[in-house]
Design a protein. Structure first.
Length: 132
């Protein structure tokens, strides 16, 4: 392999990505909640989402996604999400790079800080103080 990285202005990048004019591309999907419905929508078939830039069609992934989205039983939904993720990784239409953990570095004198489960929602600094 002899990769060549090309950086384009956003408008050109978006056009190239929509047209499939690339051998490999990097994309991102920030999620404000750690929920599979918000984090896995990019793996739906091309005709079901505007965010599948590999242009593949996989009806089994679509069905698993829809099933987990509507499931209210936690254990059943968990099993559906695991089946979805297993298939997506085995078929490897894309190579996902995902993180769900947060790192919040701070000085040892900062006390009272609690990390919220979301990267964006419910973060508060109420009760945070500096210890002398």
């Amino acid at each position: 392999m002899n990769p060549n990285m090309i950086t384009n202005p956003t408008s050109k990048f978006v056009q190239i990505r929509k047209e499939g004019g690339f051998d490999a591309s990097i994309d991102w999907a920030p999620s404000f909640l750690p929920d599979p419905t918000l984090m896995h929508f990019k793996y739906l078939s091309d005709d079901k989402t505007g965010s599948n830039y590999s242009n593949y069609i996989d009806r089994e992934l679509d069905e698993l996604f829809d099933a987990q989205k509507g499931e209210t039983d936690f254990e059943k939904r968990k099993a559906l999400v695991h089946a979805f993720e297993k298939k997506a990784l085995e078929d490897a239409y894309v190579l996902p790079v995902t993180y769900t953990d947060r790192v919040v570095p701070m000085h040892k004198s900062v006390k009272g800080f609690t990390i919220a489960f979301s990267h964006i929602l419910n973060n508060t600094y109420r009760g945070v103080y500096l210890e002398n």
